[in-house]
Design a protein around this ligand. Sequence first.
Ligand SMILES: [Zn+2]
Ligand SMILES: [Zn+2]
Length: 75
Amino acid sequence: MKTCGIDNCSKPVKARDLCSMHHQRLMRHGDPHTVMPRRTKKMVDCSWTNCTSQAVSKGFCVKHYYINRVLQKNC
Ligand SMILES: [Zn+2]
Ligand SMILES: [Zn+2]
């Protein structure tokens, strides 16, 4: 019996030399090797204007969180 053409996959072929799972991935992503993206922690950009760093606290990156705190203290 033929098995899936993907390395380390020994499931029976369903179509185009691929098992049903890998064939579905080929149909869905155009590439049978594509693995569904894992749920990662939500990435948020810094809310500072023109800053694309990753926000770590209160919507600001490390640098701008610090600056924002200093600015608020002075107000
Ligand atoms: Zn497979
Ligand atoms: Zn920033």
